[in-house]
Design a protein around this ligand. Structure first.
Ligand SMILES: Nc1nc2c(c(=O)[nH]1)N[C@H]1C(S)=C(S)[C@@H](COP(=O)(O)O)O[C@H]1N2
Ligand SMILES: [Mo]
Length: 438
Protein backbone atom coordinates (compact mmCIF):
# COMPACT_ATOMS: atom_id res chain seq x y z
CA UNK A 1 0.00 0.00 0.00
CA UNK A 2 1.53 3.32 -0.91
CA UNK A 3 0.72 6.90 -0.11
CA UNK A 4 -0.65 9.16 -2.82
CA UNK A 5 2.26 10.65 -4.67
CA UNK A 6 2.42 13.77 -6.80
CA UNK A 7 4.56 13.39 -9.86
CA UNK A 8 5.51 16.85 -11.05
CA UNK A 9 4.39 20.39 -11.63
CA UNK A 10 5.65 21.86 -8.39
CA UNK A 11 8.76 23.59 -9.58
CA UNK A 12 7.06 27.01 -9.49
CA UNK A 13 6.18 26.73 -5.83
CA UNK A 14 8.57 27.33 -3.00
CA UNK A 15 8.31 25.37 0.23
CA UNK A 16 7.32 27.55 3.20
CA UNK A 17 8.87 25.42 5.93
CA UNK A 18 12.02 23.34 6.10
CA UNK A 19 12.23 19.88 4.60
CA UNK A 20 9.91 20.55 1.65
CA UNK A 21 6.59 21.55 3.26
CA UNK A 22 4.20 23.84 1.39
CA UNK A 23 1.78 26.29 2.93
CA UNK A 24 -1.98 25.84 2.40
CA UNK A 25 -1.86 28.78 -0.05
CA UNK A 26 -0.09 26.49 -2.52
CA UNK A 27 -3.51 24.91 -3.08
CA UNK A 28 -4.91 28.27 -4.25
CA UNK A 29 -1.99 29.37 -6.43
CA UNK A 30 -2.58 26.20 -8.38
CA UNK A 31 -3.53 26.57 -12.01
CA UNK A 32 -2.82 23.88 -14.54
CA UNK A 33 0.46 22.76 -13.05
CA UNK A 34 -1.11 22.22 -9.66
CA UNK A 35 -4.10 20.45 -11.18
CA UNK A 36 -1.78 18.17 -13.10
CA UNK A 37 0.09 17.52 -9.90
CA UNK A 38 -3.03 16.81 -7.91
CA UNK A 39 -4.33 14.27 -10.38
CA UNK A 40 -0.95 12.65 -10.77
CA UNK A 41 -0.83 13.08 -14.57
CA UNK A 42 1.73 15.21 -16.30
CA UNK A 43 0.72 16.64 -19.67
CA UNK A 44 3.37 14.63 -21.47
CA UNK A 45 2.09 11.43 -19.91
CA UNK A 46 -1.50 12.04 -20.91
CA UNK A 47 -0.39 12.78 -24.51
CA UNK A 48 1.41 9.47 -24.57
CA UNK A 49 -1.41 7.54 -22.88
CA UNK A 50 -1.93 4.13 -24.39
CA UNK A 51 -5.22 3.24 -26.00
CA UNK A 52 -7.77 1.83 -23.56
CA UNK A 53 -8.36 -1.88 -24.05
CA UNK A 54 -11.29 -3.88 -22.65
CA UNK A 55 -10.43 -5.76 -19.48
CA UNK A 56 -12.08 -9.03 -18.49
CA UNK A 57 -14.74 -7.22 -16.43
CA UNK A 58 -15.84 -5.16 -19.41
CA UNK A 59 -16.68 -8.14 -21.60
CA UNK A 60 -20.01 -9.24 -20.12
CA UNK A 61 -22.75 -8.33 -17.66
CA UNK A 62 -21.58 -7.73 -14.13
CA UNK A 63 -22.75 -9.11 -10.80
CA UNK A 64 -26.32 -8.65 -9.58
CA UNK A 65 -27.36 -5.77 -7.35
CA UNK A 66 -27.64 -6.85 -3.71
CA UNK A 67 -30.15 -5.72 -1.11
CA UNK A 68 -27.42 -4.38 1.18
CA UNK A 69 -23.99 -3.73 -0.25
CA UNK A 70 -20.59 -4.63 1.14
CA UNK A 71 -17.27 -3.17 -0.13
CA UNK A 72 -15.38 -4.58 -3.13
CA UNK A 73 -13.56 -7.85 -2.46
CA UNK A 74 -10.35 -5.93 -3.16
CA UNK A 75 -10.97 -3.89 0.00
CA UNK A 76 -11.10 -6.88 2.34
CA UNK A 77 -8.05 -5.59 4.22
CA UNK A 78 -9.88 -2.45 5.28
CA UNK A 79 -11.09 -3.64 8.66
CA UNK A 80 -11.09 -2.82 12.35
CA UNK A 81 -8.30 -4.38 14.43
CA UNK A 82 -9.66 -6.46 17.32
CA UNK A 83 -8.15 -6.62 20.80
CA UNK A 84 -10.10 -9.71 21.85
CA UNK A 85 -11.12 -11.59 18.69
CA UNK A 86 -12.30 -14.72 20.55
CA UNK A 87 -14.62 -12.65 22.75
CA UNK A 88 -13.07 -13.83 26.00
CA UNK A 89 -14.98 -12.44 29.02
CA UNK A 90 -13.34 -9.01 29.15
CA UNK A 91 -13.44 -5.78 27.17
CA UNK A 92 -13.45 -5.96 23.37
CA UNK A 93 -12.04 -3.11 21.26
CA UNK A 94 -12.39 -2.67 17.50
CA UNK A 95 -10.17 0.11 16.15
CA UNK A 96 -10.83 2.28 13.08
CA UNK A 97 -8.23 1.97 10.26
CA UNK A 98 -7.74 5.71 9.73
CA UNK A 99 -4.77 5.14 7.41
CA UNK A 100 -7.02 3.28 4.94
CA UNK A 101 -9.84 5.86 4.95
CA UNK A 102 -10.11 9.43 3.74
CA UNK A 103 -12.56 12.28 4.16
CA UNK A 104 -14.14 12.89 7.55
CA UNK A 105 -16.92 10.37 8.27
CA UNK A 106 -16.39 6.84 9.46
CA UNK A 107 -18.42 4.12 7.71
CA UNK A 108 -20.68 2.34 10.21
CA UNK A 109 -18.96 -1.02 9.83
CA UNK A 110 -15.61 0.59 10.66
CA UNK A 111 -16.73 2.90 13.49
CA UNK A 112 -14.64 2.02 16.52
CA UNK A 113 -16.32 -0.11 19.18
CA UNK A 114 -15.63 -0.71 22.85
CA UNK A 115 -17.89 -3.17 24.59
CA UNK A 116 -17.09 -4.28 28.10
CA UNK A 117 -19.51 -7.23 28.17
CA UNK A 118 -20.34 -7.82 24.49
CA UNK A 119 -23.32 -6.52 22.50
CA UNK A 120 -26.80 -7.39 23.82
CA UNK A 121 -29.12 -8.68 21.06
CA UNK A 122 -31.96 -6.22 21.75
CA UNK A 123 -35.43 -6.64 20.23
CA UNK A 124 -36.40 -3.00 19.57
CA UNK A 125 -40.11 -3.70 20.10
CA UNK A 126 -39.38 -4.98 23.63
CA UNK A 127 -36.85 -2.31 24.61
CA UNK A 128 -37.89 0.56 26.93
CA UNK A 129 -36.22 3.80 28.06
CA UNK A 130 -37.22 5.00 31.55
CA UNK A 131 -36.66 8.56 32.77
CA UNK A 132 -37.22 8.86 36.52
CA UNK A 133 -35.73 10.19 39.76
CA UNK A 134 -35.91 13.96 40.37
CA UNK A 135 -38.48 14.64 37.66
CA UNK A 136 -42.08 15.79 37.92
CA UNK A 137 -43.50 12.92 35.81
CA UNK A 138 -41.49 9.69 35.42
CA UNK A 139 -42.02 8.35 31.88
CA UNK A 140 -41.36 5.18 29.89
CA UNK A 141 -40.58 5.51 26.18
CA UNK A 142 -40.81 2.86 23.48
CA UNK A 143 -38.73 3.27 20.32
CA UNK A 144 -41.93 4.09 18.41
CA UNK A 145 -42.76 6.82 20.93
CA UNK A 146 -39.28 8.35 20.60
CA UNK A 147 -39.63 8.38 16.81
CA UNK A 148 -42.60 10.75 17.13
CA UNK A 149 -40.57 13.52 18.77
CA UNK A 150 -38.72 16.04 16.60
CA UNK A 151 -35.50 14.43 15.34
CA UNK A 152 -32.23 16.29 14.87
CA UNK A 153 -29.00 15.31 13.10
CA UNK A 154 -25.46 16.36 13.83
CA UNK A 155 -22.02 15.27 12.69
CA UNK A 156 -19.94 14.49 15.73
CA UNK A 157 -16.81 12.63 16.66
CA UNK A 158 -16.83 10.07 19.45
CA UNK A 159 -13.57 9.29 21.25
CA UNK A 160 -12.68 6.92 24.06
CA UNK A 161 -10.79 8.62 26.92
CA UNK A 162 -8.19 5.88 26.39
CA UNK A 163 -7.61 6.74 22.74
CA UNK A 164 -3.94 7.56 22.02
CA UNK A 165 -2.97 5.98 25.37
CA UNK A 166 0.15 4.33 23.87
CA UNK A 167 1.66 7.83 23.67
CA UNK A 168 1.94 7.88 27.49
CA UNK A 169 4.51 5.11 27.18
CA UNK A 170 8.02 6.24 28.23
CA UNK A 171 9.38 4.68 25.02
CA UNK A 172 7.68 5.11 21.64
CA UNK A 173 5.63 2.02 20.78
CA UNK A 174 6.14 0.37 17.40
CA UNK A 175 2.62 1.00 16.13
CA UNK A 176 0.65 2.91 13.53
CA UNK A 177 -2.33 5.22 13.47
CA UNK A 178 -4.91 2.44 13.88
CA UNK A 179 -3.34 1.00 17.04
CA UNK A 180 -2.58 4.42 18.52
CA UNK A 181 -5.58 6.53 17.48
CA UNK A 182 -8.18 3.95 16.36
CA UNK A 183 -10.55 4.65 19.28
CA UNK A 184 -12.03 7.79 17.71
CA UNK A 185 -14.53 7.96 14.83
CA UNK A 186 -16.97 10.49 13.37
CA UNK A 187 -20.53 9.99 12.15
CA UNK A 188 -23.82 11.76 11.59
CA UNK A 189 -26.01 10.92 14.58
CA UNK A 190 -29.78 11.45 14.42
CA UNK A 191 -32.12 11.28 17.38
CA UNK A 192 -34.15 13.14 19.96
CA UNK A 193 -32.60 15.89 22.08
CA UNK A 194 -32.60 14.81 25.71
CA UNK A 195 -33.82 18.33 26.59
CA UNK A 196 -37.00 17.62 24.58
CA UNK A 197 -37.75 14.53 26.69
CA UNK A 198 -36.97 16.40 29.90
CA UNK A 199 -39.49 19.09 28.94
CA UNK A 200 -42.00 16.25 28.95
CA UNK A 201 -40.95 14.79 32.31
CA UNK A 202 -40.17 18.13 33.97
CA UNK A 203 -37.04 18.61 36.10
CA UNK A 204 -37.05 18.91 39.89
CA UNK A 205 -34.83 21.94 40.67
CA UNK A 206 -32.75 19.78 43.04
CA UNK A 207 -31.54 17.65 40.08
CA UNK A 208 -27.90 18.44 39.26
CA UNK A 209 -26.88 15.14 37.64
CA UNK A 210 -28.42 12.32 35.68
CA UNK A 211 -27.26 8.73 35.72
CA UNK A 212 -27.50 6.91 32.40
CA UNK A 213 -27.55 3.10 32.38
CA UNK A 214 -27.20 0.57 29.57
CA UNK A 215 -29.07 -2.69 29.00
CA UNK A 216 -25.90 -4.78 28.57
CA UNK A 217 -24.85 -7.42 31.14
CA UNK A 218 -22.61 -4.96 33.00
CA UNK A 219 -25.40 -2.32 33.07
CA UNK A 220 -22.67 0.24 32.38
CA UNK A 221 -23.67 3.55 33.93
CA UNK A 222 -22.20 7.03 34.08
CA UNK A 223 -23.15 10.31 35.76
CA UNK A 224 -23.60 13.41 33.62
CA UNK A 225 -24.33 17.00 34.73
CA UNK A 226 -27.90 18.07 33.91
CA UNK A 227 -26.37 21.11 32.19
CA UNK A 228 -25.18 18.80 29.36
CA UNK A 229 -28.72 17.41 29.04
CA UNK A 230 -30.00 20.95 28.53
CA UNK A 231 -27.18 21.75 26.08
CA UNK A 232 -26.61 19.18 23.32
CA UNK A 233 -27.14 15.66 24.73
CA UNK A 234 -29.10 13.40 22.40
CA UNK A 235 -30.77 9.99 22.43
CA UNK A 236 -29.29 8.72 19.15
CA UNK A 237 -31.39 6.36 17.00
CA UNK A 238 -29.61 6.62 13.63
CA UNK A 239 -25.95 6.53 12.64
CA UNK A 240 -24.98 7.83 9.19
CA UNK A 241 -28.61 7.54 8.11
CA UNK A 242 -29.36 3.99 9.21
CA UNK A 243 -30.32 2.58 12.58
CA UNK A 244 -27.43 2.26 15.03
CA UNK A 245 -25.11 -0.71 14.56
CA UNK A 246 -25.56 -3.40 17.26
CA UNK A 247 -22.07 -2.65 18.56
CA UNK A 248 -22.73 1.09 18.72
CA UNK A 249 -25.82 0.78 20.93
CA UNK A 250 -28.79 -0.48 18.90
CA UNK A 251 -31.55 0.56 19.21
CA UNK A 252 -30.64 3.70 21.19
CA UNK A 253 -27.70 5.29 22.97
CA UNK A 254 -26.87 8.43 24.88
CA UNK A 255 -24.80 10.81 22.76
CA UNK A 256 -22.84 13.63 24.46
CA UNK A 257 -21.04 15.55 21.69
CA UNK A 258 -17.35 16.00 22.50
CA UNK A 259 -17.46 14.22 25.83
CA UNK A 260 -15.47 11.17 26.93
CA UNK A 261 -16.56 8.06 25.02
CA UNK A 262 -17.38 5.98 28.08
CA UNK A 263 -20.13 8.43 29.12
CA UNK A 264 -21.97 7.86 25.82
CA UNK A 265 -23.96 4.95 27.25
CA UNK A 266 -25.00 2.39 24.63
CA UNK A 267 -28.19 0.26 24.72
CA UNK A 268 -29.60 3.04 26.92
CA UNK A 269 -32.46 1.88 29.17
CA UNK A 270 -32.55 4.29 32.11
CA UNK A 271 -31.94 7.93 32.96
CA UNK A 272 -32.29 8.84 36.62
CA UNK A 273 -32.05 12.47 37.70
CA UNK A 274 -30.20 12.91 41.01
CA UNK A 275 -28.58 15.46 43.27
CA UNK A 276 -25.21 13.66 43.34
CA UNK A 277 -23.20 11.60 40.84
CA UNK A 278 -23.38 7.81 41.21
CA UNK A 279 -19.58 7.31 41.52
CA UNK A 280 -20.05 4.03 39.70
CA UNK A 281 -17.44 1.52 38.57
CA UNK A 282 -16.08 3.55 35.65
CA UNK A 283 -16.04 6.73 37.76
CA UNK A 284 -13.87 5.11 40.40
CA UNK A 285 -11.42 3.23 38.22
CA UNK A 286 -10.55 3.21 34.52
CA UNK A 287 -11.75 6.67 33.55
CA UNK A 288 -10.27 8.62 36.47
CA UNK A 289 -6.82 9.75 35.27
CA UNK A 290 -4.25 9.73 38.07
CA UNK A 291 -1.93 12.75 38.39
CA UNK A 292 1.77 12.74 39.39
CA UNK A 293 0.73 14.11 42.82
CA UNK A 294 -1.24 10.90 43.42
CA UNK A 295 -4.56 12.74 43.16
CA UNK A 296 -6.96 11.78 40.39
CA UNK A 297 -9.53 13.52 38.25
CA UNK A 298 -12.92 12.15 39.26
CA UNK A 299 -14.40 13.39 35.99
CA UNK A 300 -12.72 14.46 32.78
CA UNK A 301 -15.56 15.26 30.43
CA UNK A 302 -13.90 16.91 27.43
CA UNK A 303 -12.00 15.27 24.59
CA UNK A 304 -9.71 18.23 24.01
CA UNK A 305 -8.20 19.51 20.76
CA UNK A 306 -6.16 16.84 18.96
CA UNK A 307 -4.80 16.03 15.51
CA UNK A 308 -2.80 13.28 13.91
CA UNK A 309 -1.45 12.56 10.45
CA UNK A 310 -3.06 9.59 8.70
CA UNK A 311 -1.15 9.84 5.39
CA UNK A 312 1.71 9.05 5.39
CA UNK A 313 1.80 6.88 8.50
CA UNK A 314 3.25 3.48 9.43
CA UNK A 315 2.19 0.84 6.92
CA UNK A 316 1.96 3.41 4.10
CA UNK A 317 5.43 3.40 2.58
CA UNK A 318 6.67 6.25 0.38
CA UNK A 319 7.81 5.13 -3.05
CA UNK A 320 10.69 7.44 -3.84
CA UNK A 321 11.43 11.15 -3.50
CA UNK A 322 8.83 13.54 -4.92
CA UNK A 323 5.56 15.22 -4.09
CA UNK A 324 3.15 13.77 -1.55
CA UNK A 325 0.10 14.97 0.29
CA UNK A 326 0.33 15.01 4.07
CA UNK A 327 -3.19 14.67 5.44
CA UNK A 328 -4.86 13.89 8.71
CA UNK A 329 -7.70 14.53 11.12
CA UNK A 330 -8.27 17.24 13.73
CA UNK A 331 -11.15 17.70 16.20
CA UNK A 332 -12.05 19.33 19.51
CA UNK A 333 -14.80 19.17 22.12
CA UNK A 334 -14.52 22.94 22.31
CA UNK A 335 -15.91 23.74 18.87
CA UNK A 336 -14.46 24.11 15.39
CA UNK A 337 -10.87 23.59 14.39
CA UNK A 338 -9.38 26.98 13.54
CA UNK A 339 -5.87 26.06 12.35
CA UNK A 340 -3.59 23.07 11.80
CA UNK A 341 0.16 23.44 11.38
CA UNK A 342 2.32 20.69 9.90
CA UNK A 343 6.05 20.08 10.33
CA UNK A 344 8.40 17.86 8.33
CA UNK A 345 11.44 18.43 10.54
CA UNK A 346 10.22 17.24 13.94
CA UNK A 347 8.70 20.55 15.01
CA UNK A 348 11.50 23.03 14.18
CA UNK A 349 9.56 24.73 11.36
CA UNK A 350 5.87 24.68 10.46
CA UNK A 351 3.55 25.33 7.51
CA UNK A 352 -0.19 25.94 7.73
CA UNK A 353 -2.31 23.10 6.33
CA UNK A 354 -5.49 23.61 4.28
CA UNK A 355 -8.69 22.73 6.17
CA UNK A 356 -11.25 20.94 4.05
CA UNK A 357 -14.79 22.32 4.21
CA UNK A 358 -17.12 21.92 5.94
CA UNK A 359 -15.35 22.65 9.23
CA UNK A 360 -17.97 21.62 11.80
CA UNK A 361 -18.06 22.01 15.56
CA UNK A 362 -17.10 18.83 17.47
CA UNK A 363 -16.56 16.90 14.22
CA UNK A 364 -13.55 15.60 12.29
CA UNK A 365 -11.82 18.20 10.12
CA UNK A 366 -9.56 16.87 7.34
CA UNK A 367 -6.34 18.85 6.86
CA UNK A 368 -4.03 18.61 3.87
CA UNK A 369 -0.57 19.98 3.05
CA UNK A 370 1.61 19.37 -0.03
CA UNK A 371 5.08 18.07 0.73
CA UNK A 372 8.11 17.57 -1.48
CA UNK A 373 10.09 14.71 0.01
CA UNK A 374 13.78 14.91 -0.89
CA UNK A 375 14.31 11.24 -0.05
CA UNK A 376 16.14 12.03 3.19
CA UNK A 377 15.06 11.50 6.78
CA UNK A 378 12.04 13.51 7.93
CA UNK A 379 9.83 13.64 11.02
CA UNK A 380 6.19 14.55 10.35
CA UNK A 381 4.00 16.17 12.99
CA UNK A 382 0.74 18.11 13.16
CA UNK A 383 -0.57 20.58 15.73
CA UNK A 384 -4.16 21.83 15.91
CA UNK A 385 -5.91 24.87 17.39
CA UNK A 386 -9.64 25.20 18.10
CA UNK A 387 -11.89 28.26 17.91
CA UNK A 388 -11.87 28.55 21.72
CA UNK A 389 -8.12 29.27 21.47
CA UNK A 390 -6.90 25.90 22.77
CA UNK A 391 -3.84 24.31 21.19
CA UNK A 392 -2.47 20.80 21.48
CA UNK A 393 0.19 20.75 24.21
CA UNK A 394 3.58 19.26 23.42
CA UNK A 395 4.17 15.75 24.73
CA UNK A 396 6.73 17.14 27.20
CA UNK A 397 4.20 19.63 28.59
CA UNK A 398 1.55 16.92 28.93
CA UNK A 399 3.85 14.45 30.65
CA UNK A 400 4.96 17.18 33.10
CA UNK A 401 1.32 17.90 33.92
CA UNK A 402 -0.01 14.36 34.01
CA UNK A 403 2.90 11.95 34.39
CA UNK A 404 3.91 9.03 32.21
CA UNK A 405 2.29 5.63 32.08
CA UNK A 406 2.49 3.75 35.37
CA UNK A 407 3.16 0.55 33.47
CA UNK A 408 4.59 0.15 30.00
CA UNK A 409 1.53 -0.22 27.84
CA UNK A 410 1.00 -2.60 25.04
CA UNK A 411 -1.03 -0.91 22.34
CA UNK A 412 -4.21 -2.50 23.67
CA UNK A 413 -3.89 -1.27 27.24
CA UNK A 414 -5.21 1.81 29.04
CA UNK A 415 -2.27 2.99 31.11
CA UNK A 416 -3.61 6.53 31.23
CA UNK A 417 -6.27 8.68 29.64
CA UNK A 418 -6.82 11.81 27.55
CA UNK A 419 -3.53 12.15 25.65
CA UNK A 420 -3.95 15.03 23.20
CA UNK A 421 -0.35 15.90 22.37
CA UNK A 422 1.25 15.46 18.94
CA UNK A 423 2.20 12.23 17.17
CA UNK A 424 5.52 12.01 15.29
CA UNK A 425 6.05 9.82 12.23
CA UNK A 426 9.63 9.34 11.08
CA UNK A 427 10.26 8.75 7.39
CA UNK A 428 13.54 6.96 6.74
CA UNK A 429 15.58 6.95 3.52
CA UNK A 430 13.83 3.88 2.18
CA UNK A 431 10.42 5.54 2.60
CA UNK A 432 9.44 3.44 5.60
CA UNK A 433 7.39 5.28 8.26
CA UNK A 434 7.74 4.56 11.98
CA UNK A 435 6.48 6.05 15.24
CA UNK A 436 9.02 8.11 17.22
CA UNK A 437 9.12 10.80 19.90
CA UNK A 438 10.51 14.12 18.66
N1 LIG B 1 -23.74 0.12 27.85
C1 LIG B 1 -22.48 0.38 27.46
N2 LIG B 1 -22.17 1.61 27.04
C2 LIG B 1 -20.91 1.89 26.64
C3 LIG B 1 -19.89 0.91 26.68
C4 LIG B 1 -20.25 -0.40 27.11
O1 LIG B 1 -19.42 -1.33 27.16
N3 LIG B 1 -21.55 -0.62 27.51
N4 LIG B 1 -18.60 1.26 26.32
C5 LIG B 1 -18.27 2.67 26.52
C6 LIG B 1 -16.96 3.08 26.05
S1 LIG B 1 -15.62 2.71 27.03
C7 LIG B 1 -16.80 3.89 24.96
S2 LIG B 1 -15.31 4.56 24.56
C8 LIG B 1 -17.95 4.18 24.06
C9 LIG B 1 -17.62 3.65 22.67
O2 LIG B 1 -18.74 3.79 21.82
P1 LIG B 1 -18.76 2.94 20.47
O3 LIG B 1 -18.50 1.51 20.83
O4 LIG B 1 -20.08 3.17 19.86
O5 LIG B 1 -17.64 3.49 19.62
O6 LIG B 1 -19.15 3.57 24.51
C10 LIG B 1 -19.31 3.58 25.90
N5 LIG B 1 -20.65 3.15 26.22
MO1 LIG C 1 -13.87 4.13 26.47
Amino acid sequence: MSTRRFISGWDDFQPSAANGLFDRRAFFKGGAALAATMTGYTLSESAAAQQLTDAQWSLGPGSPVSGYDTPSRFEAGVARSLSNPNAEPRTQHGRTPHHLLNGTFTPNGLHFVISHTGHPDIDPSQHRLVIHGLVERPLVFTLDALMRYPLVSRMTFLECGGNSAPLWSPEPVAAGVQAIHGLVSCAEWTGVMLSTLLEETGIDPRAKWFIAEGADASALHRSVPVAKALDDAMIALYQNGERLMPGNGYPMRLFLPGWEGNMNVKWLRRIELTEEPALGFYEARTYTPILPSGKAYNFYFLQEVKSFITHPSPGLELSGAGLYEISGLAYSANGRISKVMVSADGGSSWAEAALQEPVLSKAFTRFRAPWRWDGGPAVLQSRAWDEAGNVQPTRTELVARRGEARRVPNVLGFPSQHYNGPTSWQVNRGGEVTHVYA
